[in-house]
Design a protein around this ligand. Structure first.
Ligand SMILES: [Zn+2]
Ligand SMILES: [Zn+2]
Length: 170
């Protein structure tokens, strides 16, 4: 992060970031940023790759992985480990901070904002004399459907389509 106020246009942010790293903004990188930012929720490298291919962009999966890594480093995307072996990304720039609740039975992902939790975190930082750079809170849980009814429709749907990661996600 530079000391100047950050420009909010993702392309400007990315270009400035690349420059600091001695990398160039290319037409392909430009397209990748625009396409990747079209994703509404959480997505994997495979999802982003599929979207780019169907938009007629002939990129390799390895290139997509590299680009997502750079976009995360630049603070344009946020990466999460939801404990299913696939890193998930979402837009970070121009979005309000939120935390996540993950159901380990059916993989439901719930986004939440809780001012009391945020305040407590600030207090913990203050108590330790630390300054927040970034934080992510992910709670792994059970949504209750399986426990209460013995079945979970979301989990069954996930299993039916279980070519890993191809199931429809919230
Ligand atoms: Zn569940
Ligand atoms: Zn999220």
């Amino acid at each position: 992060m530079s000391a100047q106020p950050a420009p909010e246009d993702p392309l400007d942010v990315f270009e400035a970031f690349l420059k600091r790293k001695g990398l160039k903004m290319t037409e392909q990188r430009r397209t990748m940023v625009a396409t990747v930012l079209e994703h509404d929720g959480h997505f994997t490298a495979v999802d982003a790759h599929e979207r780019l291919r169907s938009a007629g962009e002939p990129v390799s999966l390895a290139t997509v992985y590299r680009a997502l890594g750079l976009l995360e480093e630049a603070g344009i995307l946020e990466g999460h480990d939801f404990a299913d072996g696939q890193r998930r990304y979402e837009r970070a720039l121009t979005r309000e901070h939120h935390d996540h609740l993950i159901c380990l039975d059916c993989r439901a992902v719930v986004e939440f904002q809780n001012p009391a939790i945020e305040e407590l975190q600030d207090k913990v930082l203050k108590d330790h004399g630390f300054t927040m750079v970034h934080h992510a809170l992910t709670i792994f849980a059970s949504c209750g459907a399986l426990r209460q009814t013995g079945t979970c429709a979301r989990r069954d749907a996930e299993r039916r389509t279980s070519g890993r990661g191809t199931a429809k996600r919230p």
